[in-house]
Design a protein around this ligand. Structure first.
Ligand code: ADP
Ligand code: MG
Length: 863
């Protein structure tokens, strides 16, 4: 037993504590020889997360360690679990150190600051986002792995939208509990807290200008109003600079995102339409992204995702993308050639990023070279495609296409055809590339050949036919003689090692050559290292060019994929214009049709016009109401992102916002759903929709009693019709709502047809004008064999019920007067109603809302 010294009071532990104090909030990987050790709380946490043994040092300090060789895997697990890890290395040779070896943190790895290869999926960005607290809010987003950098200044109310679109791995904020008042995106990002002053735009302006070598920020397209985003960028740079003391790898100039340029899709809409995430985890091919993603490169997959989440608003900009897709669609051979050339191009952005950071392995540079080799074919196929038509978009890419021929030649001349994964394995640099390296290799090989001839000479000299020359790491080269010939060993042999049946010897001559061979090996390794580092630095230095080429390839890949989808699945080019209308002929649901056998999906026509802008869709369960509703939203997203759409013809007046809401009991997106949530989401639409928006409501009002539900659905529709004037489709099973068009001039009834033949019901999934036969349910009850007497009685009761809660007086009554609406007449006078109207639901938490509701109820009862 060791006597227990005061816990951790040794000089080593003092050094540990000093370093640890400078990296609070991070697990410290403290290098000790061949291990990274974790101490104290880090050890307990690490042992738990990594499932490794927790021990303790002699002085009682808890300890857990991972071997340096396997560290990457452990690091990945810790970061995936949402932890920060600071990597502390020995920065001097332990043999030369006086006292404790000097140690320093060389890098901190976090979920948002990853450079390692293969840790993050290639098909999506890994954003780290800094956010300022205020209105407007500033957003700065960086993907360290690709060098992308985006700045955005948004209304505080729109921050949630921005964050959920980016789905960052890490959020940097000055607010104690994250960006104020916003639901954080799922899955939850790591929150990193920084001091408020770090978000100061004035500090950041200089830093930005310096980093991009500019006199002022005007050149970046930044304006005075962008100050919040600039401030956020400053904080992000400071933080990333601390994580990577070696300096940040190359970043592209910031792309300034202006939200007016994009179709606004809030988080609920994105989820309800299943754009990139299925409602039910694990459902394969259920999303629009998966249906569209026939891209061949990671850059293309990432760009497609970005486009899908940010469709455009300007019809001309949409048109330019559509022109490019059209050429891809119309030239099947050209498209196939292009896709063949792109297939196998690796992740240029991330590989170039690793080269610039000095981290690319020989194999990764090989991957870059192989990718560069495909560029001439790509350009040739592009030239063929572009010549068919004058598409501005394709022409622009062709004009700027950088073949990177110099880099390709440099890599081809220097690198072996199949370079190893690690530099230490050797055989990285091709013969003929460097005279010094070639000379060293000759020396080594000559030495080896000489040693091989030595074996025959010694056999002849000693007369021992079984004498052989061998090599091992401990003793180097040796001559081995079996015990049977022990008597014939010459005097100049020196014994080195004794085995059971043989002895091993060396001679001065052998040692001489051994020194030459081994010396050459060592110098070969260091020369190869130098040459490789220089090569990598040259490639890394050209990262700007590589990234531009990667960007061009990403565009071609996306257009090629959209062309492929359109050709394979029979999509048409939509007309996107500045009009109000939305007209889809024989349109289909892009995702559901793919899940069905071919030709099984029933296409439908849908038409919105100024005079018919509110469409009420009724029909029994399973008729296809939800499907048609989403299909319209998906077609709009497709058209405005620049894709063809699943229809025979489509014309879409560019939308500014798209909202999709699904009533509480129909909404499977939320595990647990409350009526309050449903209502506050609906309220957000009423506040944000404009005449240029499209609102898709599926069974809103369902989460409460029938009367309440009808009343709410009615009032919401009325508001959208009278006040907002936007295109609205409302799918509902409340037949009462079919009376709405009697009062609302621009509303129409539609129904999804079903056919009753004999005793079966066939769902035709066909959208027709007019309402539904209200006694449908009773009819089905009859078909199902309920006694005729019961069915007859049910009809009687239905008639009475309908008479009772008829909302609009039917003809021949005089034109309806809003004041006569029974459902609202009574409550219109109550003061509580006024208060409810005045509530700002967006600004309330569910708990506050519930409290207010309780209070209102008490007051309503008092009266
Ligand atoms: P509702 O909302 O009216 O209850 P849904 O939209 O959920 O109905 O559709 C019910 C089922 O009918 C779904 O499984 C869907 O796959 C199928 N369906 C809907 N529309 C069509 C269509 N146009 N063609 C073929 N099948 C359809
Ligand atoms: Mg439905």
């Amino acid at each position: 037993m060791t006597g227990r010294v005061a816990e951790g009071s040794t000089p080593l532990m003092q050094q540990y504590r000093e370093i640890k104090a400078r990296h609070p909030g991070a697990i410290l990987f403290f290098r000790m020889g061949d291990f990274y050790e974790m101490f104290f709380d880090d050890a307990q946490l690490g042992a738990r997360v990594l499932n490794i043994t927790l021990t303790s040092r002699g002085d009682g300090v808890p300890l857990a360690g991972v071997p340096v060789k396997a560290a990457a895997e452990y690091l990945k697990q810790l970061v995936a679990a949402g932890h920060r890890v600071a990597i502390c290395e020995q920065v001097e040779d332990p043999k030369l150190a006086k006292g404790i070896v000097r140690r320093e943190v060389v890098e901190t790895v976090t979920p948002g600051a990853l450079l390692a290869d293969g840790w993050i999926p290639g098909h999506r960005n890994n954003w780290i986002v800094a956010v300022t607290d205020g209105d407007p809010a500033g957003v700065a987003a960086i993907d360290l792995s690709t060098g992308e950098f985006v700045l955005e200044t948004v209304r505080a109310a729109a921050l949630g939208e921005s964050l959920s679109r980016l789905a960052p791995a890490e959020i940097v904020t000055a607010a104690a509990d994250g960006p104020a008042g916003h639901r954080l995106p799922e899955p939850p990002a790591l929150l990193t807290h920084r001091e408020p002053w770090e978000f100061d735009p004035d500090l950041a302006r200089e830093e930005l200008a310096r980093r991009f070598g500019l006199a002022s920020l005007d050149g970046l397209g930044l304006e005075a109003g962008d100050a919040p985003a600039v401030g956020a960028a400053g904080a992000l740079f400071r933080y990333l600079g601390e994580l990577q003391p070696g300096g940040l790898p190359h970043l592209s100039r910031p792309a300034v995102r202006r939200s007016e340029a994009y179709l606004w899709l809030d988080e609920m809409t994105r989820r309800n339409l299943e754009l990139v995430e299925p409602l039910h985890a694990g459902m394969r091919r259920a999303t629009l992204l998966e249906t569209l993603d026939l891209t061949l490169t990671p850059m293309g997959a990432r760009l497609l995702r970005q486009w899908l989440l940010s469709p455009l608003r300007d019809p001309a900009a949409v048109g330019r993308r559509l022109d490019a897709v059209e050429i891809m669609v119309s030239d099947n051979r050209g498209r196939a050639r292009m896709r063949e050339a792109l297939d196998g191009v690796r992740d240029l952005e991330r590989l170039a990023g690793r080269a610039a950071a000095g981290r690319a392995t020989p194999r990764e540079l090989g991957a870059l070279r192989d990718s560069f080799r495909r560029l001439p074919d790509t350009l040739e196929s592009l030239a063929g495609l572009a010549s068919r038509d004058r598409s501005a978009a394709l022409g622009e890419i062709e004009a700027e296409f950088d073949l990177l021929g110099d880099l390709a030649a440099d890599l081809a001349a220097a690198l072996e055809e199949r370079p190893p994964a690690a530099l230490a394995e050797g055989g990285v640099i091709r013969p003929g590339y460097d005279a010094e390296l070639d000379g060293l290799r000759d020396l080594r090989d000559g030495g080896k050949r000489y040693i091989a001839t030595l074996q025959q000479r010694e056999r002849d000299r000693t007369g021992i036919p079984s004498l052989k020359v061998g090599f091992n790491k401990v003793f180097g080269y040796y001559l081995e003689i079996t015990n049977a010939h022990a008597g014939k060993v010459p005097a100049d042999y020196e014994r080195r090692q004794t085995l059971a049946s043989a002895e091993r010897y060396v001679t001065p001559e052998l040692k001489d050559y051994e020194a030459k061979v081994l010396g050459a090996e060592e110098r070969i390794a260091s020369r190869e290292g130098e040459l490789f580092a220089a090569l990598r630095a040259r490639i890394g230095g050209a990262i700007g060019r590589i990234q531009r080429t990667a960007r061009a390839l990403a565009h071609l890949d996306v257009w090629g994929a959209l062309g492929e989808v359109a050709a394979q699945y029979r999509y048409v080019r939509p007309e996107v214009d500045d009009g109000f209308g939305l007209d889809l002929r024989q349109s289909r649901h892009p995702v559901i049709e793919r899940l069905m056998p071919r030709e099984q999906f029933i296409p439908n026509d849908v038409r919105f016009a100024e005079a018919e802008r509110v469409l009420l869709v009724t029909g029994p369960n399973m008729a296809g109401k939800s499907t048609i509703l989403r299909q319209i939203g998906l077609c709009a997203v497709l058209a405005q992102m620049g894709s063809f759409v699943p229809a025979d013809a489509a014309r879409i007046g560019a939308l500014d916002r798209l909202f999709t809401r699904v009533g509480a009991s129909d909404n499977l997106a939320r595990g647990q759903s409350t009526f309050m949530v449903e209502m506050s989401e609906t309220s957000a639409i009423l506040h944000n929709a404009t005449a240029r928006s499209l609102v898709l409501l599926d069974e809103i009002g369902r989460g409460t009693s029938t009367y309440d539900g009808v009343a709410i659905a009615w009032a919401v529709t009325e508001h959208l019709h009278d006040r907002v004037g936007c295109k609205t489709m409302f799918a509902t099973h409340y037949h009462e709502l079919m009376q709405l068009p009697e009062r609302l001039e621009h509303a129409r009834n539609l129904n999804v047809a079903v056919l009753e033949t004999g005793d079966t019901v066939v769902f035709l999934h066909r959208l027709e004008s007019g309402g539904t036969d209200r006694s449908y349910g009773i009819h089905v009850a009859g078909l199902a064999g309920l006694p005729a007497r019961v069915v007859g009685r049910a009809r009687e009761i239905l008639t009475t019920l309908e008479g009772e809660h008829r909302v609009v007086p039917g003809p021949p009554s005089p034109p309806p007067d809003p004041g006569q609406l029974m459902l609202f007449a009574a409550e219109a006078q109550h003061p509580v109603v006024e208060e409810i109207r005045a509530l700002d639901l967006d600004a309330m938490t569910p708990l506050e809302a519930l409290n207010r509701l309780a209070e209102l109820q008490r007051r309503a009862e008092e009266r």
